[in-house]
Write a protein that binds this ligand. Structure first.
Ligand SMILES: Cc1cc2nc3c(=O)[nH]c(=O)nc-3n(C[C@H](O)[C@H](O)[C@H](O)COP(=O)(O)OP(=O)(O)OC[C@H]3O[C@@H](n4cnc5c(N)ncnc54)[C@H](O)[C@@H]3O)c2cc1C
Length: 472
C-alpha cells in the first residue's frame, strides 16, 4: 500500500459503508479503513446462520428498480448466485388472503363487495378539490381514499411506526408508500395482468446464500483492492478541531485506540454521530438529535421440523388484531436450505425497552404462534428451535416536525470539513438497499482523487435522494 494514499475512514459496514469502500478502493488513491461495531458485515441487510441455513433480518429483497450500474456490479460479483425470483406473497385483508403483489382477479374474487364499493365511491369523491394534505394520513386519504386507508394503510402504519397516522409527516407517505394514489395502485395491479407486464413487476433479485451476500461481496471486493475491514470496532468519539475532523476514538478487540482521520464517511445513525462529535454539539443540535426517533424491531425465528410451511415467500398482516407485520419463509426466497426443516421469520415492530423488546424467546414464540392461529395459519409441525434478533434502528419515524430536527443536525454535521454522513441511517431515510448503495456510488463521484469534495454536487445528490420511494 502506497504511503501517500489519502486515508479515509468509513463508519459502518452495511451496504452503504461497504458500497463506498469498494467504489473508492477501485481508484487506488485512498487508504480505506472500515470500522464496524458488529461481528459481521451487512448491518440491517446482513444474514446469519441458523439451524444450518442463512437467514436475514426480516424479509429482504433486492428490487429490480436498482440502478443498472449497481446491478451490473452485483451481477459480476455474485454471478449465478444472484437469483431472479418471482414474488409470491399473500396479504390478509378483511380476514381473507389476497395475492401480494395485488392481482386484479384475486382482488375481485376475495374482497367483500362493500370494500370494493367503498374504493369506487372514494375514487369519485377524489374529484372534489381538497386543500394540500400535510400529514401522512391526509396524503394517503387524498390519494387512495378513506376505504383503503381505514382498512389497510392506517392500521398497518400504527403497527409499523407505533404512532397515529395523523401525527406522521406527509413525507412519510410520499417516501414510504409507492402506490400512493389510486392511479398508481391500479397501475401496480395491472402489472400483474399477462400481456401488459412492465419491467421488473412481480420479480426481485436474491442471493441464494442470503441477502447478506450483497454486503459480503462488496466487502470482499473492497478488501481485495486493499481496504481494511475492522469488525467488532465501535466508534466512541469523533474528535474535531477548528471545524475539521481530526481523529476517531474507537473501541475494538484490542481496547481503545485513536485513529488519525482526515476524511470520515459515516453511515451510522446521524443522531448518534452528532452525539459522538467532540467538542460536543451546541444544545439546540443535541435536542434536535434526541428528537430523531427510530422504530425498533424484534425478529422472531421459528425452526420447524417440516420441509415447508407454505408455498409463499411472505405473508403481510396489516390488521390490528395480529401483532406481527410480516412473516417470511427464507427457504421460499431461493435460499439453500436443510431438507426436512424450514425457518419462519416474524417481524414485530416495537420500541426499545418496551415489553416486546424485553420479552424472552419463549414469550415471543407464543406471540407468533397465536398470531398465526388468529390468521388461520396454524403452526402444526414441531418447533425445534426459537431464536430472536433485535434491530434498534429499523424504521425512521417521520413525526410532523422531523424535517426541522433533521436539517438542524445535518447542517451542523455537514459543517465539518472532512465529514460526510450518508446511507439509510446517516440521512435518516426509509430507504431500500439499492438506495443506500446509490448514495455510496454518488459519494464516490463527489470525492476527487486529491481528497477534495464537491459539496455542490453532493447537495444536488441529496435533493435526488429525497425522491427515493421505498419498494416493499
Ligand atoms: C425489517 C426490514 C426489512 C427490509 N427489507 C428490505 C428489502 O426487502 N429490500 C431492501 O432493499 N431493503 C430493505 N430494508 C432496508 C435495508 O435493510 C437498508 O436499506 C440497508 O440496511 C441500509 O444500509 P446502510 O448501510 O445504509 O445501513 P445499515 O445496514 O443500518 O448499516 C449501518 C452499520 O453501521 C454500524 N454502526 C452503527 N453504529 C456504529 C458505531 N458506533 N461504530 C461502528 N459501526 C456502527 C451498524 O452496526 C451497521 O452495520 C429492510 C429493512 C428492515 C429493517
Amino acid at each position: 500500500m502506497s504511503a501517500n494514499r489519502i486515508p479515509i475512514t468509513i463508519l459502518g459496514a452495511g451496504p452503504a459503508g461497504l458500497g463506498a469502500a469498494y467504489r473508492l478502493a477501485r481508484r487506488g488513491k485512498f487508504n480505506i479503513t472500515v470500522l464496524e461495531r458488529g461481528g459481521a458485515v451487512g448491518g440491517n441487510a446482513g444474514s446469519f446462520d441458523l439451524a444450518g441455513m442463512k437467514v436475514d433480518y426480516g424479509s429482504h429483497r433486492l428490487h429490480p428498480s436498482c440502478a443498472p450500474e449497481i446491478l451490473a456490479d452485483l451481477q459480476r460479483m455474485l454471478g449465478n448466485e444472484l437469483l431472479d425470483r418471482p414474488r409470491h406473497g399473500r396479504i390478509r385483508l378483511h380476514g381473507k388472503w389476497v395475492h401480494f403483489p395485488l392481482k386484479p382477479a384475486d382482488l375481485i374474487s376475495h374482497l367483500p363487495p362493500s370494500f370494493l364499493g367503498g374504493i369506487a365511491w372514494d375514487s369519485v369523491a377524489k374529484l372534489i378539490p381538497q386543500k394540500k394534505p400535510d400529514t401522512f394520513a391526509a396524503v394517503l386519504e387524498a390519494g387512495l381514499g378513506k376505504t383503503i386507508c381505514r382498512d389497510f394503510y392506517f392500521p398497518y402504519a400504527r403497527k409499523i411506526w407505533g404512532v397515529d397516522p395523523d401525527s406522521l409527516d406527509a413525507e412519510q407517505a410520499r417516501r414510504r408508500v409507492s402506490a400512493g394514489s389510486l392511479l398508481k395502485m391500479v397501475r401496480k395491479v395491472l402489472n400483474a395482468v399477462p400481456g401488459i407486464k412492465r419491467k421488473g413487476s412481480g420479480r426481485f433479485f436474491y442471493p441464494q446464500n442470503g441477502y447478506g451476500a450483497i454486503s459480503e461481496a462488496y466487502g470482499c471486493a473492497a478488501v481485495e483492492l486493499g481496504a481494511k475491514l475492522r469488525p467488532l470496532t465501535s466508534v466512541a468519539a469523533l474528535e474535531t478541531c477548528d471545524g475539521r475532523v481530526q481523529a476517531i476514538r474507537a473501541i475494538g478487540p484490542a481496547g481503545e485506540e485513536v485513529i488519525k482521520a482526515d476524511h470520515v464517511l459515516s453511515s451510522i445513525p446521524i443522531a448518534q454521530l452528532a452525539r459522538l462529535v467532540q467538542p460536543a454539539a451546541p444544545e439546540d443540535v443535541q435536542k434536535a438529535a434526541c428528537a430523531l426517533k427510530f422504530r425498533a424491531m424484534v425478529l422472531i425465528y421459528l425452526v420447524l421440523k417440516t420441509d415447508r410451511f407454505t408455498e409463499y415467500d411472505a405473508h403481510y398482516f396489516p390488521d390490528s388484531d395480529i401483532m406481527i407485520t410480516r412473516l417470511s419463509e427464507p427457504k421460499n426466497y431461493g435460499l439453500t436450505g436443510v431438507p426436512g426443516q424450514t425457518v419462519l421469520c416474524a417481524e414485530l415492530p416495537c420500541s426499545i425497552n418496551d415489553a416486546v423488546w424485553r420479552a424472552s424467546d419463549s414469550e415471543l414464540a407464543k406471540i407468533v404462534t397465536s398470531a398465526l392461529e388468529t390468521a388461520k395459519l396454524p403452526v402444526r409441525s414441531p418447533v425445534v428451535e426459537v431464536a430472536s434478533r433485535r434491530l434498534p434502528q429499523a424504521y425512521p419515524i417521520y413525526s410532523r416536525d422531523y424535517r426541522q430536527h433533521f436539517e438542524c443536525v445535518d447542517e451542523w454535521v455537514s459543517g465539518f470539513d472532512g465529514l460526510i454522513t450518508f446511507g439509510r441511517q446517516g440521512l435518516f431515510a426509509h430507504d431500500n438497499t439499492h438506495h443506500a448503495l446509490a448514495m455510496a456510488y454518488a459519494l464516490d463521484r463527489c470525492l476527487e482523487d486529491d481528497g477534495s469534495f464537491d459539496e455542490k454536487r453532493w447537495e444536488e445528490y441529496k435533493q435526488e435522494f429525497q425522491k427515493h420511494v421505498v419498494e416493499d
